[in-house]
Design a protein around this ligand. Sequence first.
Ligand SMILES: Cc1ncc(COP(=O)(O)O)c(C=O)c1O
Length: 398
Amino acid sequence: MIKLANRLKSARPSPTLALNAKAKALAAKGADVVSFAAGEPDFDTPTNIKDAIKGALDSGFTKYTATGGIPELKAAIVDKLKAENKLEYSPEQVLVSVGAKHSLYNIFQALLSPGDEVIIFSPYWVSYPDMVRLADGEPVIVETSAHNNWAPDPSQLRKALTPRTRAVILNSPSNPTGGVYSKETLLAIAEAVRGHDCLLVSDDIYERLLYVDGGFQNIANVAPDLASRTVVVNGFSKAYAMTGLRLGYAAGPKELIAGMQMVQDQSTSNPTSVVQKGAVAGLKGPQEPLFAMVKEYAKRRIVMADGLSKIAGVKCPRPDGAFYCFADVGELIGKSYKDQTITGSLKLSELLLEDFLLAAVPGEPFGADGYLRFSFATSQAIIEKGLARLAEFASKVS
Ligand SMILES: Cc1ncc(COP(=O)(O)O)c(C=O)c1O
């Protein structure tokens, strides 16, 4: 028997990837599965990006590049952050990685020592606590609630901050809730952390997917005095429909980026050479394909959220951002379906997939049992079809 590292005992595999795999396996066997599980755009990658990748391949751009990204891409990222986010960085403050997930992983590997704490607001993206644990850190969960539009409560945050707090993760728009932090919320968070020497990790991966007025802003925008201890994480997966191409980046304090680069030097080295060329084309080329995608998500969001709220036992206000409806299914929990008690969101998700071929992600691994996450990164016709299945299920619950 191979004895695995102790650190693996505290982490668990991604439940969203597991559900996705189960739904795909059923579909591969010919089952008519409706999946709301995937956190990825159903749109194709924009043509100019694909052409740039093909061109790079044809011209033989297939060798190692600098670990942290080609200078052309770093420059394009610096320009983007300045023009769109009003944040100034030098190229040494940017590290390009194999997806935003990799950027986050590098951050915690570079930052944490055993026992260091990282504050995570729940419901949270499933990978945060496990990435922290894999770096020997301790996730400290601070709950937020739907009643408050998922905004963190500054007094709860203050209580959770300790001398061992090394970072606070902010994710707005949020996966799974679709919640967007207002300027007031960001200011309140800034006020709470000001006296603590900790890093702010701003995961801005869904910044483009906003359905409310006012534009995107993160903590470094509203509290410029904290910009020097904020690391911004972003990537190409969601905005440019490039999930499988794996490209993300981090921009932040020089020492942190240098530490992350060391981790990356000794693990993956550079992200795929030709994909970096595609990312340059994405950032510098026409942004219309993005706007078209966002316009379509905005329509689907209404169909999904309003449709969910019409189903008995389900409540879901329209989310402000991202492409997820995080629906309150608390009324269904504890009830029965075909002599089986719906003990929680995991059981509910299992019943929906097995009996109704409907994949929705349970809230439990996001830290919110009583909820299901429905991705609307799928066509309106599929959304309608899935909602009909959920309604049928709900009608059979007693
Ligand atoms: C909140 C959040 N951050 C980061 C990521 C990672 O994105 P990627 O590694 O594809 O760039 C995801 C993907 O689902 C996410 O939902």
